[in-house]
Design a protein around this ligand. Structure first.
Ligand code: MTE
Length: 390
């Protein structure tokens, strides 16, 4: 430009004046220029905010870790604000020694650090009957991926001494919903954690401070927050959340129950309706997330033409079992309209289905476990819309 680019030729304020000193923000906050990067809800989805959900802004993030302040929240009775010194975790039922742990007691058990996604079974649930919400934050934002620090649940159960008839575990929350779910003992002894840290710091109140259950790869509802009790039993308890909720009513009137592991899934986060292309044709980065409750993601393919042709995407960053995987497709956009899709394949060989395939198998009554392939219609002006192709 004539006279040069003022962003280069003029001395800016931040270059001219001293900045704030070290203690200006004792707990750091994002730049004010990032103020749009927030969780958002869809007000008409629920009657009020105490039993509701908001969504992770997936289109604003990169890598595989969700920052603590942006993890979606799903509460059935609001956020329990618990003083850790008043909190207890009880183990009762079919055990040799019923036990009560304080938070200090829990922190004396051996710790492990593990990165896992948590996906609500209802994620993408509004899309069963057709494309509805315009943005991956709303269609896919009931997922987060965090490093948890805690103790394997197995150690606590061993301390209590499991009786041989103990085949099931009931996990109960201390919030006003007293969220309760039955978990098969095999899973409890395998890889579940009782966690008190996320991404290195204390759990946020929204995520279950001071302690939550981590149930890797399984539907988010089972990850009981504000965990206060674990009862050992010989059969499932048939709680509300595993009978009238979190079951899938099929077209023939039968219901799928105990559908715990989250199916292989992916979504393109950029570009997407909330993140249009503003740079015009040429060099373009498409990126997204893929995950599976069955383990690692083996491959992600991207289609630019609504699923006719597929190109293998590049997975970058750690590939960890039951954690999200970050993928990229670097391509030259010629400015024409495209139908962008991603399709994930996991290490067990499961392939993400199209929405039509999913509906043929499950009908359209369900709101849970929708892992169908998402389509974004990229228009010539760079705007995108949530659509379906068949
Ligand atoms: N635990 C308790 N105690 N109360 C709740 O309302 N919601 C469940 C689960 N654990 C819930 C709970 C549901 S439905 C989901 S999807 C996850 O927590 C959400 O976890 P998040 O709020 O950390 O994203």
């Amino acid at each position: 430009a004539e006279g040069g680019d003022p962003a280069i030729t003029e001395v800016q304020d931040w270059n001219r004046y001293l900045g704030d000193g070290v203690d200006a923000r004792p707990y750091g906050l994002p730049s004010p220029y990032e103020s749009e990067v927030v969780r958002r809800d869809v007000p008409w989805l629920t009657a009020d905010a105490t039993s509701s959900v908001n969504f992770t802004p997936l289109h604003e993030l990169d890598g595989i870790i969700t920052p603590n302040g942006l993890c979606f929240e799903r509460h059935h009775a609001g956020i329990a604000e618990i003083a850790p010194q008043e909190h207890r975790l009880m183990i009762n039922g079919l055990v040799d020694r019923p036990l009560v742990f304080t938070m200090d007691d829990l922190k004396r058990f051996p710790r492990e650090n593990r990165i896992y996604f948590l996906e609500c079974a209802a994620n993408t649930g509004m899309e069963w009957r057709g494309s509805q919400l315009n943005g991956c934050q709303f269609t896919h934002g009931m997922v987060h991926c965090v490093m948890y620090t805690g103790t394997p649940l197995r150690y606590l159960l061993e301390e209590a001494g499991l009786k041989s008839a103990g085949k099931w575990l009931l996990a109960e929350g201390a919030d006003a919903s007293a969220m309760t779910r039955s978990i098969p003992m095999e899973k409890a002894l395998d890889d579940c954690l009782v966690a008190w840290k996320m991404n290195g710091e204390a759990l946020r109140p929204e995520q279950g401070y001071p302690v939550r259950l981590v149930v890797p790869g399984w539907e988010g509802n089972m990850w009981v927050k504000w965990l206060r009790r674990l009862e050992v039993g010989d059969q499932p308890w048939q709680q509300r959340e595993e009978t009238s909720k979190y079951t899938d009513l099929l077209a023939n009137g039968e219901a799928r129950r105990f559908t715990w592991a989250m199916d292989v899934k992916s979504v393109i986060t950029n570009p997407s309706p909330q993140a249009p292309i503003t740079h015009g044709r040429g060099r373009t980065v498409a990126t997204g997330l893929a995950w599976s409750g069955n383990g690692r993601i083996k491959r992600v393919d991207v289609s630019l033409d609504g699923g006719r042709n597929w190109i293998e995407a590049r997975i970058d960053g750690p590939s960890l079992p039951m954690a999200v995987h970050r993928f990229y497709l670097d391509f030259d956009w010629d400015g024409s309209e495209l139908f962008l899709q991603s399709r994930a394949i996991d290490e067990k060989g499961f392939v993400q289905p199209t929405k039509d395939e999913l509906r043929a198998a499950r009908g359209e009554n369900s709101i849970y476990h929708n892992n169908g392939i998402q389509t974004w219609w990229l228009q010539k002006d760079g705007a995108l819309e949530n659509v379906e192709v068949s």
